[in-house]
Design a protein around this ligand. Sequence first.
Ligand code: DG2
Length: 249
Amino acid sequence: MYKVVLLRHGESQWNLENRFTGWTDVDLTEAGIGQASGAGKILKEQGFTFDQAYTSVLKRAIRTLWLALDEMDLMWIPVERDWRLNERHYGDLQGLNKAETAKKFGDEQVLVWRRSYDTPPPPLDPGDERCPGNDQRYANLSAEQLPLTECLKDTVERVMPYWHETIAPAIKAGKKLIIVAHGNSLRALVKYLDDVSEEDIVGLNIPTGVPLVYELDENLKPIRHEYLGDQAAIQAAMDAVAKQGQAKK
Ligand code: DG2
């Protein structure tokens, strides 16, 4: 039996401001820093240790990983950063307030943009300065790999090759891994691991800064999974994520 730990980064500045973030590289808030350290603390208390870490190329995830590893005295372990673990690209919605967007377009439309499997948000204009092609960190990506928007299906299509080619072989080699990523890149992974249907994935919300432990069998099929921490508080945090896309009453 194998174990792998998934962790959504701690609260970011745009999580706090309730803005669509996607590939925008925003940092953690003070609360997010506390969540990241708290994640490391509970992992340490529960006897977890890691040989290798994977994260995105976005600082909210990278810093969360640093803080959790620091808490565990594991800052020395190898870390691989890869754009395939980035958050889903939120297209032209990036920067907009989620509740205000719901007020303008309706809760239903925002739910489709946030949670439907195959309907992407409106794309960035190719001339928009926010296009990832303008960012040096993506200089090695081909034109087809650079998104102007993504639905969850698109995210699954870039996350899963990384899982199969890089992460799964490391797990099978016996390495103990932590993956620090984002709400939707982790939803993509959970959809695959638990074989969640396109309908049911709409209701799956991942809270910030809470370790999610998967126990996997020899074929890397999940046996069970659990969030570490106070289960009522975790449920409340998941419900709060779901409500972020609703217009304020
Ligand atoms: C959030 C997720 O990404 O937002 O891009 O706004 O995990 O990097 O904070 P993260 C964003 P929702 O899909 O939950 O609205």
